[in-house]
Design a protein around this ligand. Structure first.
Ligand code: SF4
Length: 398
């Protein structure tokens, strides 16, 4: 299978999005953040390209201004997704100014002539062999920048336009960076892992976080990728569902109008095929009314139980009678057994094994702690025993 880190990451975030993007190959207009991020990346590439001199800060800003997309690029998103409002002229101006601020901050700290840049937007491929299946997979990706440092080592830099900066511990475990180090070593096999620095540059903050590749993370990256590929292939083979996983990320997902987790919200403005909008509205309304009444009743039931219990305790009763029926109270005792003792009694008669039941909750807990090879074997040995649909209701307004 040929794939990329971002595809693997998308699958982990939401299998349905992965399917839309990589299997159905449905193209949707880029969101404002993606348009902005792409242009910032392109401008930083321009900044480190000497022709024959490196551009000045004014030239960098001018490049950003000249390539700023037209209104249509920003409007495409709201035309495609009726629940998204079009970017207003003020918002667009704020985006543009934010970009200029980022670039200025970056240029001040990173004058291009101070670095030995080896490659920009550098494409790489990593070949991963799955020993279990005998298959070989190719993972492609792009590294924003590769520098040679004064001490002879190398640095891979990935630019981030996001607001959130991860903690250093999360960076040490970063799968994307770890894959980049594999990519660099594949491309230039003479480079040793200890001679590579892996950095994320947070443009909004003007801060760079760095780490070094380590064998444990590299192994984990390979396992994670192979496990994900195997899961995707299995789903395709057995025609299984790529289930949607709604989260805050849906706000930035271009597939929302066609996603099974959201499309009803969009259909509400049109006629539904199976039921009219009014019919469906009435069903959902009644469902929520019953849910609400259920919650209210549950609270009241508890209060009444307490009052009845108090009354029984004071009057020394175990049952009370009303016209509608009888309410009884009985004490239930739960026991704790001494299992060492029980083992000594049941083992000699060969019945001990029968009561040792596998415990799934405990298994899930130890899965996080056991070696990956055993974990994979266990995962491969599992099978779906029962599949059912659960329904949940949230009083939150979409
Ligand atoms: S809208 Fe959300 S749930 Fe649907 S595909 Fe996109 S990320 Fe997944």
């Amino acid at each position: 299978m040929r794939t990329s880190y971002s595809a693997i990451d998308t699958y982990r975030q939401c299998p349905q999005k992965y399917k839309f993007q990589n299997i159905d190959r449905i193209r949707v207009p880029k969101g404002r953040e993606a348009i902005f991020g792409t242009l910032i990346h392109a401008t930083l590439k321009f900044m480190f390209t000497s022709d024959p001199l490196f551009p000045t800060l004014d030239e960098v800003v001018a490049h950003f201004r000249e390539h700023w997309p037209g209104r249509e690029a920003f409007e495409a998103e709201s035309k495609h997704d009726s629940r998204k409002t079009a970017l207003s002229a003020e918002e667009e101006k704020a985006y543009f100014e934010e970009g200029v601020k980022m670039l200025k901050k970056f240029y001040e700290k990173n004058a291009p002539w101070n670095f030995t840049v080896l490659d920009l937007e550098s494409r790489f491929e990593v070949v991963l062999a799955d020993e279990k299946t005998g298959e070989t997979h190719i993972l492609a990706g792009i590294m924003d920048r590769i520098d040679k440092l004064p001490d002879g080592s190398y640095e891979i830099i990935d630019y981030k336009t996001a607001k959130r900066m991860p903690a250093q511990t999360a960076l040490d475990d970063n799968l994307q960076l770890s894959l980049y180090s594999l990519g660099l070593q594949t491309r230039w096999p003479h480079i040793k892992p200890e001679d590579i620095a892996l950095s994320l540059y947070f443009l909004k903050h003007g801060e760079k976080l760095s780490t070094r590749p380590n064998t444990a993370t590299t192994l984990k990256t390979k396992e994670h990728i192979l496990r994900t590929i195997a899961e995707i292939q299995e789903k395709i083979r057995s025609n299984k569902e790529f289930e949607p996983m709604p989260s805050a990320l849906c706000n930035w997902c271009g597939y929302r109008p066609m996603c099974p987790a959201w499309k009803h919200l969009y259909k509400r403005t049109k006629n539904l095929e199976l039921r009219t909008k009014d019919e469906m509205d009435a069903i959902v309304k009644e469902y929520f009314e019953i849910k609400k009444a259920e919650q209210k009743n549950e609270v009241r039931l508890k209060e009444l139980q307490e009052q009845i219990k108090d009354y029984m305790r004071q009057e020394g009763l175990t049952r009370v009678f009303g016209e509608q029926g009888i309410i009884s109270q009985k004490t239930i005792q739960r026991y704790e057994y001494d299992f060492e003792k029980i083992r000594s009694l049941l083992s000699p008669i060969g019945r001990w094994e029968e009561i040792l039941k596998a415990d799934e909750t405990k298994l899930k807990k130890i899965m996080k702690e056991i070696p990956a090879s055993i974990r994979n074997e266990i995962e491969n040995a599992r099978k779906v025993s029962k599949e059912y649909t659960v329904m949940s209701a949230s009083f939150k307004k979409p």
